[in-house]
Design a protein around this ligand. Structure first.
Ligand SMILES: NC(=O)c1ccc[n+]([C@@H]2O[C@H](COP(=O)([O-])OP(=O)(O)OC[C@H]3O[C@@H](n4cnc5c(N)ncnc54)[C@H](OP(=O)(O)O)[C@@H]3O)[C@@H](O)[C@H]2O)c1
Length: 251
């Protein structure tokens, strides 16, 4: 089997790639940093190809597909993403637009292009890395990030139902972790407000559940409870709680 993992140079993407390699799955590793991808690739015992591209540029998403469309891709892991913490009115508009390009547009383009090939073969797996941020009412102080992850959850759920109705064998899963110890916080400019999960544990669960074609993957009891809370608490109460959590993470 052959998998493409975006954002494979660090954190959750890197650990998902490792877990796939443990199952003898060959890899195409993508991120912006060629050097860290190639150092990582050297540690793996499967066939790897590295592709350094900035996926927040739409043309690069098409380029990635063009560079790989002749290989039989079995698994697409849309993992590359970042967040940023600020009051919406003070946020850097350019950063937020770049986040939308990476967290949403890249996932949209890559899923749409590869799913056509998967449908033709009636096989393949898509793993979209969203966040538990995506099922809460909204994320004051990280408004754009929460909204991007909400989009990814809704997109994945809808694709699942379309595939199910056409009796497709393709699996689509959406991973919704809470805080995970990676480089994410450095870029987002936040600290942890609760004990983070280990990226390796999250990746292990994600890969196991991906092959079981589990639709929504929520690692950790706390985030499972937070999912339930998002279904029963009034929206305004959820927003107050989310603000407090985000404010604590910022300070
Ligand atoms: N950590 C958490 O608490 C947490 C919780 C829930 C969900 N998530 C989600 O998990 C995913 C992975 O994040 P992480 O926590 O593992 O963070 P991370 O350690 O910062 O890894 C992010 C990965 O994305 C790549 N990347 C960033 N910008 C890119 C771009 N423009 N084009 C291509 N690749 C790019 C980075 O590589 P380069 O810098 O080399 O490009 C890196 O490999 C994200 O979608 C994030 O939203 C994280």
């Amino acid at each position: 089997m052959l998998a493409i993992v975006t954002g494979a140079s660090s954190g959750i993407g890197r650990d998902i790639a490792k877990k796939l390699a443990d199952r003898n799955i060959d890899l195409i590793l993508v991120s912006r940093n060629e050097e860290s991808l190639s150092l990582f690739a050297k540690t793996l015992k499967v066939k790897t190809k590295i592709i350094a591209l900035d996926l927040s540029n739409r043309q690069n998403c098409y380029k990635l597909y063009d560079m790989t469309k002749n290989e039989k891709i079995d698994i697409l892991v849309n993992n590359a993403g970042f967040g940023s913490c600020n009051q919406f009115s003070n946020s850097e508009l350019i950063t937020d637009l770049n986040m939308i390009d990476l967290n949403i547009c890249a996932v949209q383009i890559l899923s749409r292009l590869y799913i056509k090939d998967f449908i033709e073969r009636d096989s393949g797996y898509i793993l979209n890395v969203a966040s538990s941020a995506g099922f809460t009412a909204g994320g004051p102080l990280m408004a754009t990030y929460y909204a991007t992850k909400s989009y990814i959850i809704k997109l994945s759920l809808a694709i699942y139902e379309e595939l199910r109705r056409s009796n497709s064998n393709i699996g689509i899963s959406v991973l919704c972790p809470g805080p995970v110890k990676t480089k994410f916080n450095n870029r987002a400019g936040v600290h942890f407000s609760v004990k983070p999960l280990l990226s390796e544990d999250v990746a292990k669960m994600a890969v196991e559940k991906l092959f079981k074609k589990q639709l929504v993957i929520i690692p950790g009891l706390l985030m499972k409870l937070s999912y339930v809370a998002s279904k029963i608490l009034p929206l305004k109460l959820q927003l107050k709680i989310a603000y407090k959590i985000q404010h604590k993470k910022k300070t």
